[in-house]
Design a protein around this ligand. Structure first.
Ligand SMILES: NC(=O)c1ccc[n+]([C@@H]2O[C@H](COP(=O)([O-])OP(=O)(O)OC[C@H]3O[C@@H](n4cnc5c(N)ncnc54)[C@H](O)[C@@H]3O)[C@@H](O)[C@H]2O)c1
Length: 468
C-alpha cells in the first residue's frame, strides 16, 4: 500500500489548521502532518495535539524547521503573504516540494524569484489556486473546450466581495495595508486573473486598470461613531459593519444560509434570523442545526482562539483589530478596481472586483459567437446556464456551494490537497503549477501599477477640447 505523504506545515493559522489540517485527518491514506512550524504557542500546541506531532517536531517558526534539514516529504506553506518569499525559498533549497498559499508573494520580483528557485532546484511548487479544482470552474473550462460557445468575443468576470468580508479582511484585517500585504487585486483576485488565463489559454497582450478606496475612509463614518463599535456607537442598528452583529451574532453567515438552494438549509437559516431563541433551543437538540445557531467558523474563528465563547469574541472586539470602526482603520488598499484585458486572438475580458456585495461570490458571463454562458458561484448558489443564439434549449447546471459543501471554496480546498498528493506521487501533472500561476501574478501586479499610473483618458480634457 502507498504510504501517506509526510508533511511539514508552515503556519498553523486559519488555512493551515482549519482547512488543510482537517483534510489530512479525514484522508490519512493521502497525507499526514508529521511536523509543524508556528510561532504562536497556543496554535502550535493545538495543531500538534490534533495531529499527534511529538515535541521534537514542533518548531517556533519555519526558520527553525529548515535548520533541522529535510525531515518530511513536502511542505505546505500557509504563512501570511509577507512571509511566503523567504520561507518558500528556504524550503525549496532544503529539498522540499511545496504547496504554497496564494498570493505567492507581495511583490512581483519576489514572485519571480520563487518561481525561478523552483525551476533551479527542480522541486514541485504548486500554488493554492483552489478555484481551478471546483466542479463549477471545471465545467466552465469543459464548456469552453467543447467549442459550444463558438468564437469567444468577451468575458466579463466579477469578484463580488461581500460587505462583511471586505471589512474583515481588507479594512480591519490582515490584507488592509500595503506595507504588509500584496495589493488587493493580487491578494484577492490572483484567483480570478488565473481563471481568465486558464479559460482563454492566452497570455493577455494589453491591460488597463482603474479603481480606488472610495468608502472606508474617516469622512464616511456615521456621525458620532466612536473608534470601536463596542464603545456605544449611535449607528449600531444601521451600520452594516457593526462588528458585534458580524462576529457575535454571526448575522452574515445566517443570512447566506437563509438563501441556500437546499430547502432544509434555507429553512434553518431563516429560522435563526426570525426566531433566534427558538432556533437556539432546536440547536440544543439537533447537532446539525447547532453548527449554525452556535456557529464557530470563519470569520469568527479568526479573531479569537475560543470561537465557541461569546465572552471571548466580545473581548476580541473590545481589544483587537476586528472591533475597530470600519471607517477609522489604518487601511489603504482599494475597495473597488476594474481590470481590462485584450488577448492576441482579439478577445477581451474585464475583471471587476469590489467589496460591497450583498453576498459573497463570483459572477461570470462569457459571450461567444454561438452562445452565451452565464454563471454564479456564490456561498449559497452555484449554477451555469448556456443560452444558444440559435434554436435549441437553455442548458442549466447546478453545483454544491460553500454553504452545502463540507470543503471550502465549493470543493476547491479539498481539490488542491488531492492534486498536491497526486502530483507528488507522479499520478498527475500539477494543474496549478507555480510557472502557470506566475501569469496571474504578473497581471495583478501590473494592474496595480496601471491603476496607480492612471494611464487613462481624462474626459474633462476631451470636453474642454470642444469648449464644453
Ligand atoms: N487559497 C485561498 O483561497 C486562500 C484563502 C484565504 C487565505 N489564503 C492565504 O493563505 C495564507 C494564510 O492565511 P490565513 O488566513 O491562514 O492566515 P493566518 O494569519 O491565520 O495564519 C498564518 C500563520 O502563520 C504563522 N506564522 C507567522 N510567522 C511564522 C513563521 N516564521 N513560521 C511559521 N509560521 C508563521 C502565524 O502565527 C499564523 O498562525 C495567506 O497567504 C492568505 O492570503 C488563501
Amino acid at each position: 500500500m502507498t504510504q501517506p505523504l509526510r508533511i511539514l506545515l508552515f503556519g498553523a493559522g486559519n488555512r493551515g489548521a482549519d482547512v488543510y489540517g482537517p483534510y489530512a485527518l479525514s484522508h490519512p491514506d493521502q497525507l499526514q502532518f508529521i511536523a509543524v512550524a508556528e510561532p504562536d504557542p497556543e496554535r502550535r500546541a493545538c495543531f500538534a495535539a490534533a495531529h499527534h506531532i511529538p515535541p521534537d517536531l514542533q518548531f517556533t517558526g519555519w526558520e527553525q524547521a529548515v535548520r533541522a534539514g529535510k525531515i518530511a516529504d513536502a511542505v505546505i506553506n500557509a504563512t501570511q503573504d509577507e512571509d511566503h518569499h523567504n520561507s518558500t525559498i528556504a524550503a525549496l533549497e532544503t529539498g522540499y516540494d511545496v504547496l504554497l498559499e496564494k498570493p505567492m508573494a507581495t511583490t512581483l520580483s519576489e514572485t519571480v524569484h520563487i518561481v525561478q528557485t523552483a525551476q533551479e532546484t527542480g522541486r514541485i511548487l504548486m500554488v493554492c489556486h483552489v478555484l481551478r479544482y471546483t466542479d463549477f470552474f471545471q465545467k466552465v473550462k469543459h464548456i469552453l473546450a467543447s467549442g459550444q460557445l463558438g468564437q469567444i468575443v468577451h468575458i466579463a468576470h466579477s469578484e463580488n466581495v461581500a460587505y462583511f468580508h471586505m471589512a474583515h479582511s481588507y479594512v480591519r484585517g490582515n490584507w488592509r495595508n500595503l506595507s504588509h500585504s500584496a495589493p488587493m487585486i493580487v491578494a484577492k483576485c490572483c484567483h480570478d486573473l488565473d481563471l481568465l488565463y486558464w479559460f482563454t489559454g492566452e497570455q493577455a497582450e494589453t491591460l488597463s486598470s482603474i479603481g480606488n478606496l472610495r468608502h472606508f475612509i474617516p469622512e464616511n463614518a456615521p456621525p458620532g461613531a466612536p473608534d470601536r463599535c463596542t464603545d456605544g456607537c449611535p449607528a449600531s442598528d444601521t451600520c452594516p459593519f457593526y462588528a458585534p452583529r458580524i462576529y457575535l451574532h454571526n448575522y452574515p453567515i445566517k443570512a447566506a444560509v437563509a438563501k441556500a438552494h437546499n430547502p432544509l438549509l434555507r429553512a434553518v437559516g431563516r429560522l435563526t434570523l426570525s426566531q433566534p431563541k427558538l432556533a437556539d433551543a432546536l440547536g440544543a437538540l439537533v447537532p446539525p442545526v447547532r453548527t449554525l445557531t452556535r456557529y464557530e467558523g470563519w470569520p469568527r474563528n479568526t479573531i479569537t482562539a475560543q470561537p465557541d465563547s461569546d465572552e471571548a469574541v466580545l473581548e476580541a472586539l473590545k481589544t483587537g483589530p476586528y472591533g475597530r470602526c470600519a471607517y477609522r482603520c489604518d487601511n489603504n488598499v482599494v475597495d473597488h478596481q476594474v481590470v481590462s484585458l485584450r488577448y492576441p486572438s482579439g478577445a477581451t475580458a474585464t475583471l471587476t472586483m469590489h467589496g460591497h456585495s450583498h453576498e459573497e461570490g463570483r459572477t461570470l458571463r462569457i459571450d461567444g459567437a454561438q452562445a452565451t454562458l452565464l454563471g454564479k458561484f456564490s456561498y449559497s448558489q452555484a449554477w451555469l446556464e448556456v443560452h444558444p443564439h440559435g434554436p435549441g434549449k437553455v442548458e442549466r447546471f447546478t453545483f454544491p456551494t460553500v454553504v452545502d459543501n463540507t470543503s471550502g471554496h465549493g470543493g476547491g480546498d479539498a481539490g488542491v490537497m488531492r492534486a498536491f498528493v497526486q502530483a507528488l506521487r507522479g499520478q498527475h501533472a500539477p494543474l496549478t503549477h507555480a510557472e502557470d500561476a506566475l501569469e496571474s501574478h504578473i497581471l495583478g501586479f501590473t494592474a496595480e501599477a496601471a491603476r496607480l499610473g492612471e494611464v487613462s483618458v481624462v474626459l474633462e480634457k476631451v470636453k474642454q477640447g470642444f469648449g464644453m
